[in-house]
Design a protein around this ligand. Structure first.
Ligand SMILES: Cc1cc2nc3c(=O)[nH]c(=O)nc-3n(C[C@H](O)[C@H](O)[C@H](O)COP(=O)(O)O)c2cc1C
Length: 233
């Protein structure tokens, strides 16, 4: 069994191709999960619509609670960390994280950043150990392989890794850094580009991205068949 955690972060609620003014990144993530489930219908999928229901932003109360030792937290502190803890639990319980996310102003949408802020947690997903000198951070999500798929959409073009405008896209690099920091290094990416141009350029990009998603599902399915992800006890 491979447990999927499916996140969407677009501010647009619908899916392109189904709903008026729908989201391309939601269409890609939906395509990925549907294709996966067509082959492995018993794999559980947990869904979080971050765009519709963003996690609370980090604030003073959250920081105070997070940096108070667990056994000294009062009821309010536990309550303030409850949502963050739930998001961490979901991530720990997953084997395959599917993220649909648009590029907004050169980076990730705020709801997805709020999710990242919620899941990078001292003592839960990473340990800070000053006795280790210059390398004090120990990732905790290394108990088993987890894979991440980032399915994005951009108004511009040339922003895939290695592209001429890649320096204007901090979405996938930021996710790679943050998830790598907690022990998840296998990140695969597909994106629609040219959304703001429309017309044939966009149509060609959508077709290529759909084909890329299908190929990625097939690759990950065959990897899963040859080296199944061990399920934690
Ligand atoms: C607030 C905002 C900021 C955006 N910033 C960028 C950007 O920095 N670079 C880019 O290529 N496109 C940018 N776009 C275009 C979106 O990436 C594009 O519309 C994409 O298709 C949105 O994803 P969605 O279709 O899943 O909603 C921006 C759009 C919005 C609404």
């Amino acid at each position: 069994m491979i447990r999927l955690l499916h996140l969407d972060a677009s501010a647009r609620p619908g899916r392109r191709g189904v709903d008026p003014h729908g989201s391309y990144s939601r269409a890609l993530s939906h395509r990925f999960v549907s294709r996966w489930r067509a082959t492995r219908p018993d794999d559980p999928v947990r869904y979080r619509d971050l765009g519709a229901a963003p996690p609370r932003l980090v604030d003073h109360d959250w920081i105070r609670a997070e940096f108070t030792p667990h056994d000294r937290r009062d009821a309010q502190m536990h309550a303030r960390l409850a949502e963050s803890n739930a998001l961490v639990d979901e991530l720990i319980d997953s084997d395959l994280l599917v993220i649909g996310a648009p590029l907004y102003n050169f980076g990730m949408p705020a709801p997805l950043k709020a999710w990242v802020d919620s899941i990078v947690r001292i003592g839960r997903t990473v340990v800070f150990d000053p006795s280790r000198g210059d390398d004090p951070y120990v990732p905790l999500l290394i108990d088993r392989p987890r894979r991440v798929v980032v399915l994005s959409s951009r108004g511009g073009h040339g922003m895939d890794a290695g592209g001429p405008l890649a320096h204007m896209n901090h979405l996938e690099p930021h996710l790679r850094t943050a998830l790598g920091f907690i022990g998840i290094h296998d990140v695969r990416c597909v994106a629609v580009e040219n959304e703001e141009f429309g017309g044939e350029r966009l149509a060609a990009s959508v077709a290529a991205a759909n084909a890329g998603v299908d190929a990625l599902v097939d690759t990950l399915l065959s990897e899963a068949a040859t080296s199944p992800v061990p399920v934690a006890a």
